[in-house]
Each structure stands twice: as structure tokens, then as C-alpha cells.
Design a protein around this ligand. Structure first.
Ligand SMILES: Cc1cc2nc3c(=O)[nH]c(=O)nc-3n(C[C@H](O)[C@H](O)[C@H](O)COP(=O)(O)O)c2cc1C
Length: 206
């Protein structure tokens, strides 16, 4: 799909065909594209937990204020962020040239070590970018997604056995929109309200 078409085709879907399965192969193809997303220092903080088992989706629904799409969809993906991604710098830069490795590995340690707020911000930033990629990659292959923050993050983290250093960023429901129906595009703020040239509040588009 051409990118402009893809942008127009993506909507947050909340009503899915029930009983539609998504295969490991299909998910693998999608996630191979998702992990091409950018991240600070290429640390790739993202982690994903995919739930397809019907009884587990029902349990997740009960932890998501009863939102029906969590049960009806083909897969629930919990997009997470790794607070300790910086600890893998040596491995990530192992194949880089020595000059780059010697520059970045100590720099990464200096930037993140003990910086708990920054570690969390970065985990959420990378996770959010991966979530966006997931929505486009899935849509490009005919799947619909719904991003969600309406869930009990602590309870979901416990249910999915997340280790302490892995935090939920966003829940993503994936499946086929019921009847192929896409919700209408919601209101968008005009560009003049959100885009600023040179400094905030100066000039914008005419
Ligand atoms: C971080 C995030 C959290 C969201 N949480 C929910 C949610 O819990 N339930 C829901 O129905 N929609 C949720 N949405 C979907 C938004 O309502 C939707 O993106 C917005 O209305 C714009 O519609 P569109 O995505 O179809 O363009 C969420 C979206 C984002 C990005």
C-alpha cells in the first residue's frame, strides 16, 4: 500500500470479527517490520507480549474496564519498554567498528546509569514508536489495530509475568474490523494550531 493510502486506511478499531485467527507466520512478518523502528542509540527498548488464547483474552478484557475489543480481537499485543536496554550496549555495538563502539558504549552507560526517569522515558518513547509501526505494518497486511491505555497496567503486568524492568507502554488489539467497517476519522486540530515555524507561537502555515 502506498504510504498516503496507508495513513488514510489506519483507524483505531474497536469492533472486530470474532473467531478470526492470526498465525505465527503472519505475526512474524509484521514484527520483522516493527523492529526496523528507530530508537535512541539503537537500544531497541521495545518488548511485546502477544496473547491469543481466548480465555486469556477474556481475562485481559476484565483488566481493561470490560472493553469488548480485547476479547473479540485476534490478538492482544502488550507493547512494553525495557528500562535496562542500555545494559546491552556492548552486544548491540559488538559488530560496529571499534571507533564507534569505543565512543558509544561508555557514552550510553554515562547517559543512562542511575537515571531512572530517563530510562523510563526512553522505554516509553521507543515502545510508542514501535506501536505506531505495528499499526501501519498490520494495516498494510489487511489487519486492523486499536491502541489502548485503558487497562490496569499493574494487573496486566502481573498476569503476563513481566519482569520488574519491563513496563507496559500500550495495549494493542489486532484483528479484522467487523464487516470491514472503519470508524470515521475523528476531529483533527488544524495544522495552524500544532505546527510552529522557528519558535513556538510565531508563524505557522497560512
Ligand atoms: C496511547 C493511546 C491510548 C488509547 N487508549 C484507548 C483506549 O483505551 N480505548 C479506546 O477505545 N481507544 C483508545 N485509543 C484510541 C484513540 O481514541 C484514537 O487513536 C483517537 O480517537 C483517534 O482516532 P484514530 O486512531 O481512529 O485516528 C488510544 C490511542 C492512543 C494513541
Amino acid at each position: 500500500m502506498d504510504f498516503s493510502e496507508l495513513v488514510n486506511a489506519r483507524h483505531s478499531v474497536r469492533q472486530f470479527e470474532t473467531g478470526v485467527t492470526i498465525s505465527d507466520q503472519e505475526l512474524q512478518t509484521i514484527f520483522e517490520q516493527v523492529v526496523a523502528s528507530p530508537s535512541s542509540f539503537n537500544l531497541q527498548h521495545w518488548q511485546f507480549v502477544i496473547v491469543r488464547e481466548p480465555t486469556r483474552k477474556t481475562e485481559l478484557r476484565s483488566l481493561s474496564f470490560g472493553q469488548a475489543q480485547v476479547e473479540q480481537c485476534s490478538a492482544v499485543v502488550l507493547v512494553c519498554g525495557n528500562l535496562n536496554a542500555h545494559a546491552d550496549a556492548e552486544r548491540i555495538y559488538a559488530d560496529s567498528d571499534a571507533q564507534m563502539r569505543d565512543k558509544y558504549v561508555p557514552m550510553i552507560e554515562g547517559v543512562y546509569k542511575g537515571q531512572l526517569a530517563l530510562q523510563r522515558e526512553e522505554a516509553v518513547r521507543s515502545g510508542a514508536l514501535a506501536a505506531m509501526s505495528l499499526m501501519y505494518a498490520a494495516r498494510n497486511r489487511g489487519w486492523d489495530c486499536g491502541p489502548m491505555i485503558g487497562f490496569d497496567a499493574d494487573a496486566v503486568a502481573a498476569m503476563l509475568d513481566l519482569p520488574e524492568h519491563v513496563v507496559p507502554v500500550m495495549m494493542m488489539v489486532m484483528g479484522r474490523a467487523e464487516g470491514g467497517r472503519q470508524p470515521p476519522r475523528g476531529y483533527r486540530r488544524p495544522l495552524q494550531e500544532v505546527v510552529h515555524f522557528e519558535s513556538f507561537g510565531q508563524t505557522t502555515f497560512k
